[in-house]
Design a protein. Structure first.
Length: 79
């Protein structure tokens, strides 16, 4: 089925670069105390989660000697 092609006016794209509005946007509303408290709580939760993962992950990052190395060193020191 052949597609019907319609002309698309691109003049509005060229005019959009030159258009300047004389309407200023309204100033942003000041944040309420509840919103500020919520943002602080969210930030503290994220920091606590990162610290908790670091504390719980530290034992996995420590280098431990394998039991074979420990036994071998004890035998060599015993003689």
């Amino acid at each position: 089925m052949p597609r019907r092609r319609e002309p698309v006016p691109f003049a509005f794209v060229a005019e959009a670069d030159r258009f300047r509005s004389n309407v200023t946007p309204p100033p942003p509303e000041p944040a309420s105390a509840g919103r500020i408290a919520g943002r602080c709580l969210l930030g503290l939760t994220i920091v606590a989660a990162l610290m908790g993962s670091l504390v719980l992950g530290m034992p996995a990052l420590t280098i431990t000697h394998s039991p074979a190395e420990t036994q071998q060193s004890q035998v060599s020191h015993g003689r």
